[in-house]
Design a protein around this ligand. Structure first.
Ligand code: GTP
Ligand code: MG
Length: 306
């Protein structure tokens, strides 16, 4: 037997590892991940509880490969089958990572943030990342320092970074701070890979993001999105059929809008985003189906992969 066969390749100082991004809903976790990897693969919205699945984003440079895991904002309010499952997904996502990025919004720390901190595994290093430093109330340096000092009394953080995810500020600093936490290893993924999620998944998420943008406060939470068909034609064009599941007929009517206007806007914007992300022409058809009580149906949630 050739005994060189099982030799572990020498990493030569290269680093590669997993970074989980956690925090209460709406602190900017998905916006941060998109800026860290330089591509929009995780959907974002001004409404809380946008992310439902964990999403992996990969950033590779000459010295390291970071595998980021964006998680749903930890739910501390409504208890239903969907939220229980979301929280379970967060707990699973942080187990076994090399470092955890705990995101808070500058000048705002509440019980919702505290509860997330309490859920984190004890042995993994946690970096405090203060986001949204572009906001007016965060511009007073002394006040920001006092805020950071206060948050630091809550937990034994391995370090602190301040960023503005939305404006891409200090993102490079954050990567440098995270690097020493990654173990020495050869890269796990090809260098041009930005996510381990399928195009089907990304297409579904893009439609969900538009639902959040064009519907009122409550409605997007009562909906789910399913890819019914996803084909790549010989020409390279993608043909995608997507169903939006709603609870009631009344929700269906709101989603479609007067003369079909709203649904049309949602599908056009989704198609344009897909063409940018997939770098090819897309034919997209979005329609609406009524299925009542889905958010409380555990078996159905499992079928949806939640
Ligand atoms: N001003 C400002 N707004 C930001 C910044 N980062 C994110 N936001 C906004 O905060 C809102 C929430 O951002 P998301 O990235 O969706 O937040 P999230 O933590 O992933 O939220 P969930 O997935 O719902 O838990 C969006 O409206 C973002 O545009 C920032 O650096 N500055
Ligand atoms: Mg998110």
């Amino acid at each position: 037997m050739d005994d060189t066969q099982f030799q572990i390749p020498d990493a030569n100082g290269y680093r590669c590892g997993f970074v989980a991004i956690v925090g209460r809903p709406n602190v900017g976790k998905s916006t941060l991940m998109n800026h860290l990897i330089g591509q929009k693969i995780s959907i974002t919205s001004k409404k809380a509880q946008t992310t439902r699945h964990k999403v992996t984003g990969i950033y590779t440079d000459d010295t390291a490969q970071f595998v980021f895991v964006d998680t749903p904002g930890f739910q501390t309010h409504h208890r239903n089958a969907l939220n229980d499952r979301l929280n379970l997904n967060v707990t699973e996502a942080v187990s076994g990572v090399d470092v955890i990025v705990f995101v808070v919004e500058a000048m705002r720390f509440s019980d919702a943030d505290r509860i997330v901190l309490q859920q984190l595994p004890k042995r993994t290093p946690v970096l405090l990342v203060v986001n949204k430093i572009d906001k007016d109330k965060a511009k007073d340096k002394l006040a920001l320092d006092a805020f950071i000092a206060e948050v630091c009394t809550e937990f034994d953080f391995a370090g602190v970074e301040v960023v503005s995810a939305k404006h891409g500020l200090r993102i490079a600093n954050l990567l440098e701070t995270l690097k020493p936490f990654l173990p020495e290893s050869i890269p796990m993924y090809p260098e041009d890979m930005v996510t381990d999620k399928s195009s089907r998944f990304l297409a579904m998420e893009i439609v969900r993001e538009k639902l959040f943008r064009y519907l009122g406060e409550e409605l997007p939470y009562a909906m789910n999105v399913e890819v019914e068909q996803f084909e790549e034609e010989e020409s390279g064009m993608y043909r995608i059929y997507i169903a939006v599941l709603v609870d009631k007929d009344s929700q269906k009517a709101i989603l479609i809008g007067k003369g079909g206007e709203r649904l049309k806007k949602i599908s056009t914007e989704a198609r344009l985003d897909m063409e940018k992300l997939f770098d090819t022409k897309v034919f997209l058809k979005v329609w609406v189906k009524v299925k009542s009580g889905w958010a409380d149906d555990v078996r159905f949630l499992r079928e949806l992969g939640l």
